[in-house]
Design a protein around this ligand. Sequence first.
Ligand code: PMT
Length: 319
Amino acid sequence: MADPRTLTAEGKLSEEFAVPSHVEEVKGQMAAFAVQHRAAGHRVVLITSGGTKVPLESRTVRFLDNFSSGRRGASSAEYFLESGYAVIFLHRHRSLYPFTRLYSGINLLDSLQLESGKGGSVSDQVVVNQQALPNIAKILMRYQAVKEAGLLLPVEFSTLSEYLHLLKAAAQALSPIGSNAMFYLAAAVSDFYIPASDMPEHKIQSSNGPLQISMKMVPKMLSPLVKDWAPQAFVISFKLETDPSILLDRARRALDTYRHQAVVANVLDTRRGYVVVVTPDTQAELVLTDEEASRDVEIEDRIVSNLTVAHSQFIAQQG
Ligand code: PMT
């Protein structure tokens, strides 16, 4: 086994993170999706969404989770679809999903009613309560159009290992379409993990007293993604901070380090109404007013418009 201190990010990925059994199959699906939609004149965006899970035990009872509801990724997917993109949606199992996210707080059974049959008997006809599921016909129409055109390819992850290997597979699958591919890395990815070799097999016992854990740094995958896996693609990372005073500095630092095209910088508490799109030469503040928020305008609409324009310019510059 290689010395972990001398390994590259990609080397660490293959040495220290278990490969999911279905990765080659999913890679084939993503490659076919990319080629098919590129041939039909679409651009393709890979959206990552939701938080990764880091197990503390091999037979996992406990794990650490990165916070993300998946709303940013799910709503952005809808705006990319509206803008004519085909979308690969690499998301955390059970996090918010395009279209159904709009009904995430609703109990489905409270939204349905049984129609009365003849003579007052209960029939098996079910009707939707329009008050409980507002705009359902409009949203169903959009959802079905996307489904029929095959424009949305969902791929799920739960653990950090699954996320990292599926991201690599996606990058390699999209590489043949060059600058027509966009990576929109909105997932909240753990910076720390416990290597399989250091992990206890069975449930950690509380009878052993307080728990002390030591975690290793996760290699940043932006580096091989930009340099090796999809070097012609348009790559956007996200930067999440809780302290607004360090946000822009960290976003600029990420651009300097990884040399990708843009960082969408956001602060946890204000992320629904304020983000800054930072590129090597520009800095665009995107803000929702209270009035816009009250009309259900979403900041993802602005983020996606900004980035699709930048993507067109990027493609034009590549010739
Ligand atoms: O889902 P919501 O509730 O709507 O919230 C949205 C969000 C706040 C999660 C989203 O807007 C956001 O900021 N996502 C990125 C959070 C994050 O992981 O930030 P970071 O500073 O840890 O990582 C920066 C970038 O490096 C990310 O694009 C990540 O994909 C990438 N990364 C991170 C770790 C790692 N090992 N390799 C990476 O490449």
